[in-house]
Every structure is written in C-alpha cells, then in structure tokens.
Design a protein. Structure first.
Length: 594
RNA sequence: GGGGGUGUAGCUCAGUUGGUUAGAGCGAUCGCCUGUCACGCGAUAGGUCGAGGGUUCGAGUCCCUUCACUCCCGCCA
C-alpha cells in the first residue's frame, strides 16, 4: 500500500463508512471552532472535509498549521448528519475523523490566497504561477487543455494521420513575423531561427511521401502580445494532406472541430456544416474577414442611391462623387427605440474618428417617410428603393457610413459589433463557425503601394496565370482559406503550390526574381522539383480553441506557464543575462548598455 | 514605436473640494468558541500611498518626469 494515501480527495462515499483510510493533500480551508476543527483537504481530484477535536493529542498542532500546507491525514470515514451534508462537493455525504496527521510540505505565509474567487494582479499570479494554478478555474482550464489535446491526437490518428516532430532549431525565413534567433556555437556568426510554424517542413513531409501528417506544433514569433496572442510561443494543430482538394481539408477539419466542441462544451453549434463565405463577400457583408455570425446584422452597399436626383443629402453625395462609397446596417423593428439609442451610436462612431453614422427609421402613416435628423433628404421613391435593396420593412432603421473602401469596411464592421451588442442580438451560448474562402493571392501595401503576398506565398493560385491575369494580379484568387468562430480567427490554411514554375511566376509579381527565390527558399523549391504531390493543409490554433471552450478572454487563462505582455517569465526570470563565458562560446559580444 | 487604464497593508479595495494620527474585508499573530462548509466573536501587528521632482502654510489627492502591470493601435506571410 502506498504510504501517502489510500484514496484521493474526491473518492470517499457512503460506501466507505467506517473504513480506516489515509488522504494526502493541501489544506484548502480551515474552520476552527476552538475545540473542534474542520479541515478541507484538497488535491487534484477534489475536496474532502476532515475533522478533529480537542480530545485528540494532535489537535493543537493541526490547528496551528497554515493553509496550503501539504499534509497526510489518517483516520476513519464517518457519515455526516442529514443537516450537515454538503451538496456542493462530491464527498459531501461523509467526512473523515482524523486520528493522526503528518506534515509533508510546509507552507510559508501566502503571497496570494488560493481558496478565493477574487481576481489578482497579473504580476503576482505569474510570479507565483504554481499557486495560481492550484485555483479551481484555471486548474480546470489546464486539465481541459490536456483532454482536448489527447482527444485531437486520438481522432487524428483514427483517420490515418501520422504525428511527426519537426525541428525546433531551423533557419530564418525572410517573410512573415520576426524570428527568434539562436546563435550557433559550431558555426560562428551564424544563427538558427525558431520556427514560426512548421510550414516548410510539413510540405517536405508530403514530398517525402507520408500522405497525412499532423502535430501539436509549437510556433515561435517575436511579435507584440495581445489578450488572445501570447508573446513568443503558441501551439497549432498543424496538419497537411497529399492528393487533396480544398474540400478534403474542409471535411477533416470540420468533423474534428464539431466533435471537439460537442464533446467539450455545452454551448450549441450554429452550423454543423460550416458555411463558406468568400473573402470579398465577407468584407462587404461584415466588413471583416473574421465575421461573428452570431450577430445577424448585415452590411449592404447603397452607394447608387446617392447619385439619384431625389436624394439631397449633399455631404454623402459629394463624397460619393469623389470615389467614396456608402454602406448601411439594417436593424429590424427599432422604431420604438429612444432617440438616445441612435445618438449614442452616432457619438460612439465619432469617438472612433469616423465622421459618424447617419441614421433614420422607415415610417409610414399616409406616405412613406424617414424619421431622423437626415430623413428629409430622401424622397419617398428613394426610400422605397433603399427598402427594396436592403430588404427593409416599415419600422426598421438603418445606419449609414460613407468613406473610402477600407476605412468604410473598418467602421461598418465595428458598428455592426457595437449595434449588435447594444441591441443584445448576440447569443453567448452559441458557437458560429464559418469558412472564409477565395482569398486574393496578392494585396497592395498601403504604405509602399507595392504588390505583396496577402497570406502565404506557398498557396496555390486558382488559375494557371495566363497573360491576361498577370496584368491584374490583385484579381488572382488563391486556394487559401480561414476558419472563423464567433469572430475569432482560428486558423488559416491553403492548397499549396507544388509547381516550381508557377512559384517563380508568383514571386516575380511580388518583386522577387528567380535567384531570390532559389536563395531564400532553396530547401522548398529544390524539393518541389523532384516529384511533389499536390497537397494542402491548415493549422488551427490550439490556444484559441481552448479559450473558446473554456469561455476565457485571455490566453494566459489557458496557458500553464505564460509570459507577461513584455515577454518575460516572472517566475523563472526569463529572459536573463548570461555569463561572459557563454557569450564567448557563441562568438557574441554585447554593445555597452545605456 | 503610439494611445488608454491601473498602481494605497501580504491579498482585494475605499479614501470627499488639498486639511488633524491614511481606513475596511480577507490573510497573519494572540485569546474565546464542539457542527462548520466564505463558521462566528474579541484584540494586536502590519503603510517609502510605485519612484523622483515641483506647486502649496499643508499633497495619497494638483502639476511634471519616470517605472511596473494591463488593454488597444502598429506588428502578427
């Protein structure tokens, strides 16, 4: 028999009455009645109430023992009186009468309480992460994460995917995020980079003939943090398949996600077959390529209305003449909303730096009219036309914005969220997944005005790039796709370009000549010329999936040992300075500090 | 790199228009209490009000600088 325990702290039930048992765990809570002491003993599995009174010679010692001390108790299981049963814990029908106890691990005065629902400053939580992780909610989050990951492994393996590890020390890639660099001792002056993703390796695995690959892959990017973005490192379910089209990848991932979310959440799925929305549709209807489909509001372009003679809203008309567009959001049956509702949204938009949101409500007594400060600028015929265009009924309202396309997308997207929230239209108990497809291969850099890859340079274009298409590279679409859930981008993927000639063509559009490509992607381009299968894949973000399942807004709540916003580990004190000897080994010298 | 928020006891927070000795709850220490499950009651200790400078007769409070944490923008193929 194990010397620490016969049972864990979530095991004892009425069936165990009168048994002599031992438990080990942390003192979660003490309730000291002077001559009678209750101790809630906690371990990973649960809590058991233990009790001791002054007749016992150990009473005074136990009474003095600090919370969070690790103890072993030995005693007898007894039933609780009917009125003292605790229904909130699984072991609540029994308690353990302590005979002897032993301290296994002492505990100093705590810098933060463990047994509390209070929120604490991030700094102290991260410094004492081992204490923070004892707390219920985050402890459960981390267990959930473990379970989801094993579930993914078993599901993927079941359908024929093989899990492979790829190198952590690899080479720096020219595109994308900043790399983390590791100096090479054996190759003075040269550096490894930590992989931003195993992108090239997984393609090489396909070219090596392995057919279906996955990995719970660590990815390293040296970029600034956000609430849903760890600084430094994060995990992806990286996967790749050979001889597949877009639909094949969709089928695998859609089924997997449906299974995960059904198994690990009680929230409903809005769609089990994820709708596919083209990038251009998404940008128009939602103003974003990560739409929250729980929100029923839709954006419509009504620019043409403002070239009518019977519309006299001159501010918009002028802007439209100089190339701006007008888009609107329709809200159903909002005629009885107070004026403050409309004004607040207009004010909110102005606060964001936009020129505000014009609004009115469709009304009809004898004639159709528009109620609101700008209603008088629209004729009855123009209003009828708008209603037809956006499918509105009397009693509905619209909010309109006028701007250049990209600014217009931004403001309408934010307005859609804001109005959705204000009208309480978003059901928090739903997951709404969708695919965003048909991404453009290229986009124009707003600063330099140069053409650049909009996503992944290794994606397959949807055409062979004949002369005519090459003239308008911004119109070239790629077999490139994203999964979005509740407005959060979960992953992006693509059918890859496995034809070197096509690759050179695409890179030349983005301003790289053949030599550049050969040099920067030598491993890839070389491999592609030795018989590469058509292949594609995707890489859903594990951390964000867990965030959705655990209903957390911050990625640190689902990460065991996260860094803070400045990419420091306050517990391990990373990053740290290194010795002169270490630097010398690496052929590095530091510039003098300020 | 830029913008917002926060910083007062070990923890969570209050602190009025600038005005006497900076408070509460939890935790700690001591005492009382045999049925609690956020046990209860009483007492004690615990403070560079993030740091530095300024205004003022007087600053936790006003001003300037700076640091830390956090959220956002940029960035994240």
């Amino acid at each position: 028999m194990n010397k620490y325990r016969t049972h864990n702290c979530n095991e004892l039930r009425k069936d165990d009455l009168e048994k002599d048992i031992s438990l080990s765990g942390w003192i979660n809570k003490k309730r000291d009645h002077g001559n009678l002491l209750f101790i809630d003993l906690r371990d990973n599995y649960g809590v058991t109430q233990c009790i001791i009174d002054k007749e016992n010679k150990n009473f005074l010692d136990l009474e003095k023992t600090q919370l969070e001390t690790v103890i072993k108790i030995q005693g007898k299981v007894v039933s609780r009186l009917e009125e003292t049963i605790n229904k909130d814990i699984a072991t609540g029908e029994i308690e353990v009468v302590i005979n002897t106890f032993q301290i296994l691990g002492n505990c100093k005065e705590l810098p933060m309480p463990v047994f509390s629902d209070q929120e604490y400053a991030e700094e102290i939580r991260l410094k004492y992460r081992f204490l923070d992780l004892r707390r219920k909610k985050i402890h459960e989050n981390i267990i959930l994460r473990s379970k989801v990951i094993s579930f993914i492994r078993s599901e993927m393996t079941k359908i024929g995917f093989l899990e492979f590890q790829t190198p952590i020390l690899t080479s720096s890639s020219p595109e994308g995020a900043r790399d983390f660099l590791v100096p090479s001792r054996l190759n003075p002056g040269k550096f490894y980079a930590l992989p931003q993703a195993p992108q090239q390796f997984k393609q090489l695995i396909m070219i090596s003939g392995f057919d279906k690959y996955f990995q719970i892959a660590p990815c390293f990017r040296d970029e600034d943090a956000r609430a849903d973005r760890s600084p430094g490192e994060f995990y992806q379910l990286d996967l790749e398949m050979s001889f597949v089209e877009q639909e094949d990848v969709f089928n695998v991932v859609e089924k997997l996600l449906v299974n995960i979310f059904k198994k690990f959440s009680t929230k409903k799925l809005m769609y089990e077959n994820f709708p596919k929305i083209t990038y251009s549709d998404s940008m128009l209807k939602y103003g974003s390529d990560k739409p929250d489909l729980r929100n029923p509001l839709i954006i419509t372009d009504i620019t043409e209305i403002f070239s009518r003679d019977d519309v006299s809203f001159e501010i918009f008309k002028k802007l439209v003449k100089s190339g701006s567009r007008v888009r609107c959001i329709l809200t159903k049956n909002t005629k009885d909303k107070p004026r403050s509702f409309f004004e607040n949204i207009d004010k909110w938009a102005k606060g964001l730096g936009a020129s505000g949101l014009a609004y009115f409500t469709f009304e009809k007594e004898k004639n159709l009219s528009a109620k609101g400060p700008i209603g008088k600028f629209f004729s009855e015929q123009a209003l009828t036309e708008i209603m037809k265009k956006i499918n509105a009924e009397v009693g509905d309202s619209i909010f309109m914005a006028c701007d250049k396309k990209s600014d217009l997308e931004k403001i309408t997207s934010l307005a859609r969220e804001k109005i959705g929230q204000d009208l309480n239209l978003i059901d928090e108990n739903i997951f709404a997944f969708c695919w965003i497809v048909d991404y453009p291969m290229f986009e124009k850099d707003e600063v330099t005005n140069k053409i650049k890859f909009s996503h992944n340079p290794f994606s397959m274009p949807q055409s062979d790039l004949n002369e005519k298409e090459l003239e308008n590279p911004l119109d070239i679409l790629a077999f490139q796709y994203d999964i979005v859930c509740n407005g959060i981008e979960l992953s992006s993927g693509a059918i890859r370009n496995h034809k070197p000639e096509l690759m050179y063509k695409l890179f030349s559009i983005a301003g790289y000549n053949k030599n550049d490509v050969d040099e920067k992607f030598s491993g890839m381009i070389n491999a592609l010329s030795y018989g590469a299968p058509p292949h594609g894949g995707i890489a859903p973000g594990i951390d964000r999936i867990i965030m959705l399942l655990a209903n957390e807004k911050n990625i640190r709540e689902v990460t065991m040992f996260p860094m803070n916003q400045n990419a420091q580990d306050l517990m391990m004190r990373a990053p740290s300075e290194v010795s002169v000897e270490q630097l010398k080994d690496l052929n590095l010298s530091l510039k003098n500090k300020k």
